[in-house]
Each structure stands twice: as C-alpha cells, then as structure tokens.
Write a protein that binds this ligand. Structure first.
Ligand code: NDP
Length: 428
C-alpha cells in the first residue's frame, strides 16, 4: 500500500538556501519598491546618496518606523471583514478535486459577493465623505505592508505547526523534513483554521480584493490633488479598470481555482501566504501608486492602443482557461482534439492548448504589460510587474512541465512533441 505522506526528496528553489533567499528577497523588494519609488523618498527613482542609504539601513529607527499601530489595526479589521463576509454571506457549497486520501473538501463560493460588499462600502464612504476619506492607504502604505507581512509570517508558522497533528494530508513537495524549507514551501496541503481552508481563502479574498481597494485609494489620492474625481487622468483610470476587471473576473469564476496548481499540488506556507497577502496587494499596485503622484495624460491614441493589448491578453487568458476548465469538467463544447494517456486523464492537443503548453500564461503576461504601459516611459521601475511576472510565469511553467512529466511520463513527451512551445506560440 503506498505511503500517504511520502518524504519529499526533490527540493525546489535550490532547497533551504533558496527558500531563505526568497523569504527575505520578496519582502525586501516590496519595501524597496516603495523607498525606490515614492514621494517621501524623493521620486521614482530618488537621487541616491549611498551614505544616506547605508545610514538609514543601519539605524534602528528605520526598522521601528516600518511598524504603524493604526495601519496594523486597519489591516486586521480588513482581514476580519473578509472572514466575517465568508461566514455570513450566502454561497453555494462546491466540492474541490479528489484528494490523495480519497476525500474532497467542500468550499463556500462567496468571494464575488464579498468583493461586491467591499466595493459597496468603499463607494459609500467615498461618495458620502469625498475622495480624501479613502486616500489614507497612500499615507499608511509602509505600515499596512508590514502588517500584511506579519500576517503571512504568523499564518505560515501556524500552518507549519498544525501540520504535525495526526491525519494531516501533506503536500507531496512539502515534507522534506527541513524546517525552513517545509515552512516556506508549505507542509500541509490544505491547512485550516476550524472550517476555514486557509490556502483557498487567502488565494482570492484578502489580497486580491485589497488590490482593487488600494487602487481605489490611489485614484482618490490623485483626485484630491487634481480637484476631484472628474479630473483623474486617463492613465489612472486605465490601470484601475484593467486591474478591477482582472480581479472581478477571478472572483466571479471562483470555482476555476480548484484546478490550479496552487490548490491541487502546493502546500500552504510562507511562499503562498506572502504571495497572496504581500506581493499581490503591495507590489501589483505600483503603477497606480506611481500615477497618484505622477499624473500621466495618455490621450485617445495611446489609450486605445493599451486597451487593445489588454483585451487581446484577456481574450487569450479567458478562452484558454475556459477550454481547459470545460474539458476537465467533462465537456468539450468546441470539439477540440485531445490525446489519451496511460494515467486515464486526457490532454487537449488543439485549440489554445495545441498552440502552447501554457497559453493562459501568455494572455496573463500580455495583460501584465498593459497594466504597466499607462505609467509611460519616464522610469523602468513601474515595469516591475511585467518583469517579475515574466520570471514567475517562466519558472512556473518549468515547474508545471516537470510535475506533468512525472504525472504522465512518456505521454507527456508525446504531448511536448505535438506542442513544442512552452508559453508564447511560435516564439518560446
Ligand atoms: P494551469 O491552469 O495552466 O494548469 C496547469 C495544469 O493543467 C497542468 O498541471 C495539467 O494538470 C493541466 N494541463 C496541462 N496541459 C493540459 C492540456 N493540454 N489539456 C488539459 N489539461 C492540461 O496552471 P496554473 O495553476 O499555474 O495557472 C492558473 C491560472 O492562474 C493561469 O491563468 C495563470 O496565468 C494564473 N496565474 C496568475 C498569477 C498572478 O500572480 N497573477 C500567478 C500564477 C498563475 P492536469 O493534467 O493534472 O489537469
């Protein structure tokens, strides 16, 4: 009989040293994006005086000032709101995919209604008290970022500790026995706090919805400076609408998350917690934060061109994910070709999945570029997301290819011969 929780022998991220570097690197980048591109620090990028930087980084005050009690309370209130909305708002109960232990978890689908409720409250505040009432996120940035980082740390520690209870189903990649690595990569597959599945909850709600609320706050900050919401620039509205659409789409299609790698394969540790709670809301929002203090006017031509890039990306992203979801849920409305595998699962070989092995990543990447373009070309820093996302998607596609190679063996080799491009058809 196979062991339920086998020891992990293949380590990703170059093992514990890589886990250590990423655990420090991602927060460091999140802070650096603020200090390297903000008004209080002197611009984007500020004129660097290396002596001042060294002095700041070696003084205790610098680190003490990363903490802000008010911001921490505001962040905890936001997190509590998300939990309360999940508990109170109605939602269908949907079963996740079949687990290794033969069971399935049941999830309440109400991320989209949580989003609507958050938007309703935010709009009410802005309409009633004016844009200045919601611009506080701009001023409290560092404190909120620190609070989100601590939340990720605490959750990862809780998940790691609770994974040692009897009967826990561990992630196949998270049971190496090395404390640092398992804490980082996620030891338990679906850690919970009572009835709340932490991985699934964090993946869509507190970080993704906060992304939109932070952008809304940046719109408000610009509105305050320009004399009202009517005077907000076209570039800011583009970023706001693009990100809003992306998040709304993800939340509306909440059940699609059940077939993603994060949910099916990965455990929940510091890597995912930090990605969901820190990277998404506090680094993906850089274009909007930049536009709050740099008012770029695009005009109709550039607005239309950037809209075109975004819609092309969205079309590819949605149709590719739709084809796979339909297929994995047992239907094939476009009559796409597929190949059978010894494992019993079929693989699409025409449509988007016949053009590249991760066509959804290609669409996602195009959209990412469109989100940075409204910031213009005065600084490369605002293109952080496009660069980061390229690295993330290439790394992720290699990880997934490796996992599929293990899963499907020779059938995967046949598939890669039929579909040689990894992400961008005919290019890569
Ligand atoms: P995918 O949705 O691409 O899922 C990969 C899985 O799909 C494979 O493991 C395999 O699993 C299945 N598959 C592979 N090839 C085929 C085929 N030909 N036919 C049918 N099934 C196939 O990966 P992710 O979970 O990484 O991404 C999900 C979405 O999330 C993507 O759209 C991505 O762009 C987005 N994303 C966004 C991020 C962000 O920060 N904005 C970060 C990461 C992802 P199996 O065969 O077992 O079903």
């Amino acid at each position: 009989m196979p062991v339920l929780n086998p020891k992990t022998t293949h380590l990703e991220f170059l093992g514990p040293p890589g886990a250590f570097l990423v655990s420090f690197g991602v927060p460091a980048v999140a802070y650096a994006l603020y200090f390297g591109c903000s008004e209080p620090s002197g611009g984007c990028p500020p004129k660097v005086n290396s002596q001042r930087v060294v002095h700041a980084l070696t003084s205790a005050d610098f680190y003490i000032n990363l903490w802000d009690t008010q911001a921490t309370i505001a962040y905890l209130a936001w997190y509590a709101f998300c939990v309360a909305a999940w508990a109170i708002l109605p939602g269908d109960s949907v079963e996740g995919t079949l687990l290794r232990n033969g069971g399935r978890k049941s999830y309440k689908i109400n991320a989209f209604s949580t989003f609507l409720l958050a938007l309703g409250i935010t709009s009410g505040i802005i309409l009633r008290y004016g844009p200045e009432s919601f611009a506080f996120i701009y001023d409290k940035w560092i404190g909120l970022l620190t609070a989100a980082l601590l939340m990720s740390f605490v959750q990862a520690a809780y998940c790691y500790a609770s994974s040692f209870r009897q009967g826990a189903l561990l992630a196949l990649g998270g049971n190496s026995g090395n404390f640092l690595y398992d804490w980082f990569i996620g030891r338990e597959l679906n850690p919970s706090l009572g009835p709340l599945d932490l991985k699934w909850f964090n993946e869509l709600r507190p970080g993704l919805i906060l992304w939109v609320l932070i952008n809304a706050s940046m719109v408000c900050e610009q509105a305050v400076r320009r004399g009202g919401l009517r005077n907000v620039t076209d570039s800011m509205w583009l970023v706001f609408v693009f990100n809003f659409w992306y998040v709304a789409d993800g939340l509306y299609n909440e059940p699609a998350i059940f077939t993603t790698m994060d949910i099916v394969t990965d455990g929940f540790g510091f890597m995912l917690a930090m990605g969901d709670l820190v990277a998404v809301p506090f680094t993906y929002t850089l274009p909007a934060r930049y536009l709050a203090f740099n008012h770029v006017e695009l005009g109709p031509f550039w607005t239309a061109a950037i809209l075109g890039v975004n819609f092309l990306g969205y079309y590819i992203f949605r149709s590719a994910n739709g084809e796979k979801n339909d297929f994995r849920n047992g239907s094939n409305p476009k009559n796409l070709k597929f190949m059978s595998t010894e494992r019993g699962t079929k693989l699409l070989t025409s449509g988007w999945w016949g053009r590249s092995r991760h066509p959804n990543y290609f669409g996602d990447w195009l959209m990412g570029i469109a989100w940075c373009l409204p910031t213009g070309f005065n600084t490369p820093i605002t293109y952080y997301y496009a660069v980061y996302f390229t690295v993330l998607l290439v790394h992720r596609s290699l990880r997934d290819d490796e996992a599929c190679q293990k899963k499907y063996g020779d059938d995967w080799n046949k598939y890669t011969k039929l579909v040689p491009y990894k992400i961008i058809p005919y290019v890569y």
